[in-house]
Design a protein around this ligand. Structure first.
Ligand SMILES: Cc1cc2nc3c(=O)[nH]c(=O)nc-3n(C[C@H](O)[C@H](O)[C@H](O)COP(=O)(O)O)c2cc1C
Length: 186
């Protein structure tokens, strides 16, 4: 698929065809692409937990403010950051900031690959970290960043409107809005 088409088509899908499993080859391609994600200082903190077990999904749903698609999605990829590979080098910045950025980059690659594969996904960030860690038996240094719910789409949600781009882009300094002159560039 054309790259711009992938980017423009991407939107969160929260209802799935419950009769269709995601083939392992697709899951494998999602992970392989996520594995190419950048990481601060090439610390490669990103790790992935693939969850298909119904009992585990049910527990994760409860840990994720009862969002039902966490239980219903045929497969979940829980993106984690293993800060043991970054905290020694970057201290608190590695633990509190790079870990999240690195996990987010890997997650975005999964979300875009999902579109290219013709399936659907929703990134879930609203969850209790300690509960997710307990359910998945994550070691102390492994931090859950996002639960990506994946399945064949059973809905076609409309696109959410975005704030006008001219109100979001600033030239040289914040607030120096120069939309009249510059907006045609974007
Ligand atoms: C950090 C982050 C956390 C999110 N957490 C949730 C979540 O817990 N549940 C959910 O349904 N969607 C979640 N989303 C998805 C957003 O609601 C969604 O991206 C936004 O409404 C725009 O919709 P779109 O991605 O379909 O364009 C999250 C997105 C981000 C980036």
């Amino acid at each position: 698929m054309d790259f711009d088409e992938v980017v423009r088509k991407r939107k969160m899908i929260r209802e799935y065809d419950l009769g269709r499993q995601i083939p392992n080859e697709i899951v494998s391609r999602l992970i392989k692409n996520a594995h190419t994600a950048p990481s601060a200082g090439h610390t490669q903190v990103q790790e992935f937990i693939i969850v298909k077990d119904n009992a585990t999904k049910k527990k994760l749903r409860k840990a994720a403010v009862n969002q039902e698609y966490v239980e219903k999605a045929p497969v979940l990829i829980v993106v984690c950051s293993n800060v043991s590979r970054s905290v020694g080098r970057y201290g608190n910045r590695g633990k509190e900031f790079y870990s999240i950025t690195d996990g987010a980059f890997a997650s975005m690659l999964i979300l875009l690959t999902v579109v290219n594969e013709g399936i659907g996904a929703c990134f879930v960030g609203a969850f209790e970290d300690n509960k997710v860690s307990e359910i998945l038996e994550l070691p102390k240094d492994v931090k859950p960043i996002g639960i990506i719910c994946i399945g064949y789409p059973a809905e076609k949600p409309g696109k959410f409107e975005r704030i006008n781009i001219d109100a979001l882009v600033h030239y040289e300094k914040y607030g120096s809005y120069n939309g009249a002159q510059q907006s045609s560039n974007i």
